[in-house]
Design a protein around this ligand. Structure first.
Ligand SMILES: Cc1cc2nc3c(=O)[nH]c(=O)nc-3n(C[C@H](O)[C@H](O)[C@H](O)COP(=O)(O)O)c2cc1C
Length: 280
């Protein structure tokens, strides 16, 4: 379902917030988030669960459970999924939609897949024992000024920059870059993929265009742990949210589908995820 917000504008506005004003979420903002959470869905048919909890702030405003990375926020969102094949894509898709909705409300967020105490948040959010719990995000009012640690984190990951088109988007095989001209109406959905956030800003998405479809792949070294692979797939789900929501905003039509592409001779480290078969 199309989010009822200006998608391209919101994607361009979003950035991670790790320093918040020291104040609780207003009841009307919390209520609006709850309504958004109830309406979330995904095009992969996976039941995704989202959570919202309030945690006490310590007197110095430091948040327990986020290793000093987050300051000031006292409300947190979370996401859990069953341990099934397309579930990490669906988690990325739905939770990013929630992040975009919060961004549109003027709230700050940041995906946290690693720098939080998973056990304490899992018990506070009552995550079912048999579900995967890939990420949380604080949600609150961005502080006027970032802290030093946040600036250092951002510069270490070059958080404000992204790879160029020619490194991400291809046509036919993985040797010929796809230009914006060749992408035509899909230039904007792909540009929104390019701007997506990813764990450590690694931007693992690669997209290949064929006659009637855009095929999405994840770029990661073989031999990752299951948790690491799950996060890469969540990153692709985030990219799929940006791609799909932008396509819907532009009135482009199509559907996601897992295609049998076994004859493909894929480059090393390129793993097939899903395709968008377009109808115009
Ligand atoms: C799945 C995922 C997991 C992330 N995990 C963390 C984390 O554990 N700690 C953190 O400080 N930032 C985390 N981030 C935030 C990224 O570092 C950030 O999105 C990226 O550097 C791009 O910056 P931007 O969001 O401001 O565009 C994560 C992002 C994603 C998408």
């Amino acid at each position: 379902m199309k989010l009822s917000i200006p998608v391209v504008e919101t994607i361009q506005k979003r950035h991670s917030v790790r320093t918040y004003e020291n104040k609780s979420l207003l009841p009307q903002d919390r209520e609006a988030l709850l309504i958004c959470m109830k309406e979330l869905d995904n095009p992969f048919g996976v039941p995704v669960h989202t959570y919202i909890i309030d945690k006490e702030l310590r007197s110095d405003g430091e948040k327990l459970g986020t290793y000093g990375i987050i300051k000031g926020a006292s409300t947190f969102l979370g996401v859990s999924i069953p341990d099934t094949k397309l579930a990490p894509l669906a988690a990325g898709y739905e939770f990013e939609n929630l992040i975009l909705l919060a961004t549109h409300m003027g709230l700050g967020t940041v995906w946290l897949g690693a720098t939080f105490s998973r056990d304490s948040f899992a018990s506070a959010m009552k995550i079912p024992k048999d579900e995967l719990f890939p990420a949380i995000s604080p949600v609150g009012y961005p502080a006027a000024k970032r802290r030093l640690i946040e600036n250092l984190t951002r510069s270490a990951m070059k958080a404000s920059s992204r790879k160029e088109w020619k490194e991400l988007f291809y046509q036919a095989d993985f040797r010929t870059p796809l230009t914006k001209d060749m992408a035509g109406a899909y230039a904007q959905p792909l540009e929104m993929v390019r701007l997506a956030p990813s764990a450590k800003n690694t931007q693992p998405w690669r997209v290949r265009k064929t006659e009637n479809a855009y095929h999405f792949y994840a770029n990661y070294k073989s031999g990752l742990s299951k948790e690491e692979k799950t996060i890469k797939q969540v990153d692709i789900g985030i990219a799929l949210s940006h791609f799909h929501q932008t396509a819907l905003e532009l009135g482009l039509t199509g559907a996601f589908e897992q295609m049998a592409l076994e004859d493909e001779n894929l480059p090393d480290n390129i793993h097939y995820m899903i395709s968008w078969r377009f109808t115009e």
